[in-house]
Design a protein around this ligand. Sequence first.
Ligand code: ATP
Length: 431
Amino acid sequence: MEKIISLCKRRGFIFQSSGIYGGISGCWDFGPLGVELKRNMKNDWWYVFVQQRDDVVGLDASIIMHPDVWVASGHVAEFHDMLVDCKECKHRFREDELGGDRCPDCGGELTAPKAFNSMLKTRLGVSDDSAVETYLRPETCQSIFVDFKDVYSSSRMKVPFGIAQIGKSFRNEVNPRNFIFRSREFEQMEIEFFCREEEEDHWFAYWQEAIRQWYLDIGLRDEKLRWYEHPKEILSHYSKRTTDIEYEFPFGWGELQGLANRGAYDLTQHARHSGKDLKFFDQQSQENFVPSVIEPSGGVDRTCLAVLCNGYHEEEVEGDTRVVMRLHPRLAPIKAGVFPLVKKEGLAEIAQDLESGLRKKFNTFYDQAGAIGRRYRRMDEVGTPFCICVDFQTKDDETVTIRDRDSMGQVRLKMDEVADYIGKRCSSERN
Ligand code: ATP
């Protein structure tokens, strides 16, 4: 894990937030390469689960909502961790993460558990007395429930259908840890899929398969994924059934995405608290009913971490250690490195021309400094799937070499075929 964290910082994937002030716990900044990786991932998810489907539409709702939302959703009453403090060293722990009844740090005696709400409070309004106290959302889904009627009537969707959203969520986690795995500010990608009660099991099984397939499609290895079914006793207050897809991180198995059957809980709660009718009217059968909800709810940051851990490899090449980040081409921050073999004899100009043409379509990187082997290695380390080299033969026949990051094998292509070659391999389109 240390090696991955250090590479992330050194190469501009992820930095500690507010680093020059000593950092702030549970907050992270995605640097120039990290932001590209994250965007590519979100775009791919959106492409697959929203744009390619006629039964899912998108939403981008406000992070701050009416405070009553969180009363209706059950978060004010239920969204808490049970905490214990060590009477000796004063360290604080989540009760459910303790192995025994003594402090894991110093062996001291622990206090009785007390509830701590994990929502981050904020105040909205300019003057102290009129300001409204509310929260930064701890999950993106509540706005989907609250906007349910506006969305389905404006888009003329009919049950079964889904509403998807990607956005920031905030939780005052007691122990943010494992790099970006558990943060206080993070992004979620969620779908609330509305269906009839009698179809809950069908859609649950459907989404279970769809989620797993997406993780495989972005390159996660099958043997590193598993399902964890929540026992009935620990189900969240809203859930009839929950199963998590977990990834085997270097620090152990961790949840990437939860899949929950929320039944009609949320729409019923919001209808009751707001006094508004949130039923769906089925024109065909002339029925009015509150649909059930199947919810795949994933973390963007956790998936980024899984992708980075999954991609990181060290291998021996000609007596040297090659660090290679085997990112799926559609997620890679830089799609192609373009290099002249040498700067002189007009090769740099040809390479620059080629690169500026490719840049119109993909994120590319031009490099003419140092030995070609070193330039390849720098691209390997950040997961660039293709490196194009302009050499002396280019001047004769307008061909270049394309080196594949994983096999290090090279093929020769006409310069005007390069964009198509890269485009096909980086596209989100599935076969
Ligand atoms: P955990 O048990 O790890 O605290 P959770 O079950 O509370 O997670 P959910 O409420 O199901 O998480 O949230 C859906 C997804 O949002 C999770 O699968 C995870 O990917 C992401 N997520 C939740 N909390 C965090 C966090 N603190 N930091 C980063 N991602 C998070």
